[in-house]
Design a binder for this molecule. Structure first.
Ligand code: PEP
Ligand code: MG
Length: 325
């Protein structure tokens, strides 16, 4: 199988109907970067910066981080890397930062909420990213943005640090893209001004699904209870696609589901044109996308909905089986 995928490495994920889906990989450590070439991914759609914080026994310093980020960008050889700012709290606890006692950490003080309330570490991280990028493009995205004002504040931090670096006479990035991760349902209904302001949106499907279905992603009792291909969820994702289309906001999906071939197919069928996944999934997802017509897949999803099905999965599976025969 590995060989089969290797032969696809330099081919695009173009469907039978001629639509090309860009496939990116998720990463978080230097050790992940060689996979960028091996997998044939177009870039890093999600770089989980907290992993480098999690493997240390003390808080990293700015210079150390800047050197690390520069090495990540060097290793990406000009391919885009979307650096997701520190996403701690809930399932990700730093050994050197005592977490507050919280009754429900997944819905608690985590991700960008920590960064906005106590901006010291966020600012240090932004400075490191800006320094690392010097002269190159920089892409930054913020986790768990829940309402527009949080994005405005987070974005203002980037612009302030950029201004500061400039006034200190340091070289700055060639350009900066500032995006939001859509991980809570509320953001899908944010004012149009939010969709206009953000440079891109990346759907964090793991969290978005957890909050959509009120089912803890860490809880074995419920985490597999609801199907990603549940038509309520697909309808919701379609609304996100439509809102981004209205403002021309670039949209991608970076949760684990993007790396599951049938889920990836459904996402492409409802309008996602960019997916980010673990490196090993790029081959299998590309192999399936190259065999299908998205217009047909979309019809299958619509038929499942018209028939009152709960999930599009059974009909999609039946349809895929006919492609093999
Ligand atoms: C997500 O929530 O889908 C996501 C990509 O981020 P993480 O899994 O790191 O929370
Ligand atoms: Mg998340």
């Amino acid at each position: 199988a590995q060989k089969r995928y290797a032969s696809l490495r330099n081919l695009p994920a173009t469907t039978l109907c001629g639509t090309t889906i860009s496939l990116h990989m998720n990463a978080g450590l230097m050790a992940d970067l060689p996979s960028l070439e091996g997998s044939g991914a177009d870039g890093v759609g999600l770089f989980r910066t907290e992993l480098q914080f999690l493997i240390r026994s003390k808080m990293p310093q700015r210079a150390e981080l800047a050197a690390l980020y520069a090495r990540v960008m060097d290793a990406a050889k000009g391919k885009r890397v979307a650096f997701r700012t520190l996403d701690i709290g809930s399932d990700k606890v730093l050994p050197y930062m005592k977490p507050p006692e919280e009754p429900n950490p997944a819905m608690g003080w985590r991700a960008v909420r920590v960064g906005l309330d106590k901006p010291g570490v966020l600012r240090m991280q932004l400075q490191a990213l800006i320094r690392a990028a010097k002269g190159r493009p920089l892409t930054v995205m913020f986790p768990l943005i829940t309402e527009m004002s949080e994005f405005q504040q987070a974005r203002a931090h980037v612009l302030r640090e950029l201004h500061r670096e400039k006034s200190l006479g340091h070289p700055v990035p060639e350009k900066i893209e500032i995006g939001a991760m859509m991980e809570t349902p509320s953001l899908a209904f944010a004012p149009k001004a939010f969709f206009e302001l953000t440079d891109f949106i990346s759907v964090g499907g793991n969290d978005l699904k957890q909050f959509f279905f009120a089912a803890d992603r860490e809880n074995e009792l419920v985490r597999r209870r609801y199907d990603t291909l549940n038509l309520s969820f697909l309808s919701f994702l379609e609304q996100i696609v439509a809102r981004c289309a209205e403002t021309g906001t670039p949209l991608s999906f970076c949760g684990e589901d993007a790396g599951r071939p049938i889920e990836a197919l459904a996402l492409a069928a409802i309008g996602f044109r960019s997916l980010s996944m673990r490196p090993a999934s790029v081959g299998p997802v590309k192999a399936l996308l190259r065999r299908v017509d998205l217009t047909e897949a979309r019809k299958v999803i619509d038929r499942a909905r018209a028939e009152g099905a709960e999930s599009a999965r059974p009909l999609l599976m039946d349809w895929l089986a006919t492609l093999d025969s």
